[in-house]
Design a protein around this ligand. Structure first.
Ligand code: ADE
Length: 236
């Protein structure tokens, strides 16, 4: 096996707010995937590629207008400092933008098959179009709304993709029954106490009859999907 495979999947994140990503990867499943060496994250501060005393990464738009534009030369230099490029490989470069392909479970599954990928977080008004044309291979949106920068979107992508990597989830967390992974919403779940504010747990769940429980769960899953997200059933 080659070296990059041995360390599991790796992602390089380009951002002007590296601390946002740094703190995100210290928790939960992402943290554990890193500890198990199934996944690694390289966080690159775009400002480290600035060349002036003020570490400038943006400038005003040609033609006028409000807002600032991230400079293509700085962003390209930053990208080339990422591990895949340093090691002579050309990775998929995902730019986070509301103009991109919308993230869903099947897109997350596709990304989870890559050995490595790069996430570029935009800020300000835009990034220079020439950077997009020359370096971005994929544009990804987390939904039809605008957030203030790509960082929160990058966290969503990293979370959704990392939990799909083999060995990351334990049996209890197994993604197979997750909402969307099988194209349906998850069934309802209950824990103790058996009666809460007058409401009892469904009898079947305390019956000990595992095949009946399985049957009940698939029926509920289908019912919920019909009720809340009928569009998911039509996609099949
Ligand atoms: N940056 C700003 N809005 C975004 C969105 N909806 N998805 C991804 N990146 C974004």
């Amino acid at each position: 096996m080659d070296e990059k495979k041995m360390g599991g999947m790796s992602v390089s994140v380009l951002t002007i707010f590296p601390d946002m990503i740094k703190s995100f990867i210290k928790f939960g499943i992402v943290k554990r995937a890193i500890e198990k060496k199934l996944f690694s994250v390289e966080i690159i501060n775009i400002r480290d590629s600035a060349t002036d005393r003020h570490r400038t990464v943006d400038d005003t738009p040609y033609g006028g207008g409000s807002g600032m534009i991230i400079k293509p030369d700085i962003l390209a230099a930053s990208l080339k400092s990422a591990k895949p490029f340093r090691e002579g490989r050309i990775p998929r470069v995902f730019f986070l933008t509301p103009q991109g392909r919308r993230l869903d479970q099947s897109y997350a599954n596709e990304i989870s098959l890559l050995d490595e990928y790069v996430l570029v977080c935009g800020r300000y008004r835009a990034v220079d179009e020439r950077f997009r044309e020359l370096y971005v291979t994929d544009e990804l949106s987390i939904g039809d709304y605008v957030i203030s920068g790509g960082e929160a979107a990058a966290m969503v992508v990293i979370d959704a993709v990392t939990r799909l990597l083999p060995g990351v989830l334990n049996d209890f967390e197994s993604g197979i029954d997750d909402s969307f992974q099988n194209g349906m919403l998850d069934c309802p779940w209950y824990t103790r106490p058996e009666t809460f504010e007058g409401r009892r747990v469904p009898d079947v769940l305390v019956s000990g009859n595992h095949s009946e429980i399985q049957k009940w769960r698939s029926i509920k899953s289908l019912q919920r999907t019909k009720e809340k997200r009928p569009d998911l059933l039509n996609q099949k």
